[in-house]
Design a protein around this ligand. Structure first.
Ligand SMILES: Nc1nc2c(ncn2[C@@H]2O[C@H](COP(=O)(O)OP(=O)(O)OP(=O)(O)O)[C@@H](O)[C@H]2O)c(=O)[nH]1
Ligand SMILES: [Mg+2]
Length: 284
């Protein structure tokens, strides 16, 4: 593992040697093809039955001293999460929502959010869960990470990171999933299943979220695999992940099987790489 210091007051855990590579679009005029005129970040929060969590979470996010907007992607939650957000959005223009007709899965929720983020010209795009497992206090360090790399990951599995209130079964499942994905796909990040991320918009423009096949939780693994193989720089910053206090988990046995199938499918897929011409020399 390589630790780079001096870029940030936080230790920067870089995913293997990826920090030495630079994507052709890195350094291009930010937002050159976009409509936003000032730097703005968007936090995308997919929700399904998070009515108890969503209002305090958004409040915590918007309290941060960052030019941050929030986009909730709700799948017609039976508990009225969408209506809670509608009311918040009516009172604060920094809050937006995409209503989808039914539970369509986490992967397509991210895609819908990414497409809106690109359409509106946001510079950096954060993804996070609604259940406070991803504490908003880590957002500044995640965003800061993407001053120097293309994808920042809030990681449980680098020194300083961890999980709280998880039983042995859940810990083993998460560790096992990471080991499986890292071994079969050669992923260099230590937390490949983390949903707490910050992408530079260039990454999403190049990767095209609509082309990702996985539709559930394994979307995160496929996205990371694509980002790494496209030559983008990836780094991790430690987070302590806390199990949800309110509401119910949506992870099912089905999702676990689907995630394993996604890893196997990708292991037998030739990674698409970005055209080499114009690829600038490495950063160091
Ligand atoms: N829009 C949308 N959001 C979803 C869907 N499934 C899960 N989510 C949201 O995705 C986030 C992650 O889901 P969780 O159930 O917390 O899953 P998890 O964090 O991996 O599992 P736990 O650790 O048990 O909480 C939460 O904000 C959910 O509300 C879905 O089908 N559609
Ligand atoms: Mg959760």
């Amino acid at each position: 593992m390589l630790e780079c210091q001096g870029w940030s007051p936080q230790p920067l855990w870089l995913a293997g040697t990826l920090c030495l590579r630079q994507h052709p679009t890195f350094g291009a005029e930010p937002g050159a093809t976009c409509t936003a005129s000032i730097l703005q970040y968007l936090a995308i929060i997919p929700t399904y039955n998070e009515a108890e969590n969503i209002a305090p979470l958004i409040e915590n996010i918007l309290r941060l001293d960052l030019p941050l907007h929030v986009l909730v992607v709700d799948d017609n939650s039976p508990d009225g999460t969408g209506q809670v957000v509608d009311e918040l959005a009516a009172a604060d223009s920094r809050i937006d929502i995409i209503h989808r007709p039914r539970k369509l899965g986490l992967g397509t929720a991210y895609t819908a959010g990414f497409l809106r983020a690109l359409d509106r010209g946001y510079e950096r795009v954060i993804t996070m869960d609604a259940d406070f497992s991803h504490n908003p206090r880590y957002i500044p360090s995640l965003v800061e990470l993407t001053d120097t790399v293309d994808l920042g990951i809030g990681s449980r599995y680098v020194p300083g990171g961890g999980v709280r209130l998880w039983g042995i079964h859940r810990r083993a499942l998460s560790r096992g999933a990471n080991l499986f994905a890292r071994t079969l796909l050669g992923l260099q990040a230590h937390d490949c299943t983390a949903g707490f991320r910050c992408y530079r918009a260039e990454v999403l423009r190049v990767i095209d979220p609509q082309s990702i096949h996985a539709d559930g939780y394994s979307y995160l693994i496929e996205m990371l695999w694509r980002v790494q193989n496209a030559g983008f720089a990836i780094a991790e910053t430690p987070i302590v992940f806390t199990d949800r206090r309110r509401g119910a988990s949506k992870i099912s046995q089905d999702e676990i099987v689907k995630a394993a199938a996604t890893v196997l499918r990708l292991a037998f897929t030739r990674p698409q790489t970005v055209p080499a011409p114009g690829n600038p020399p490495s950063r160091s």
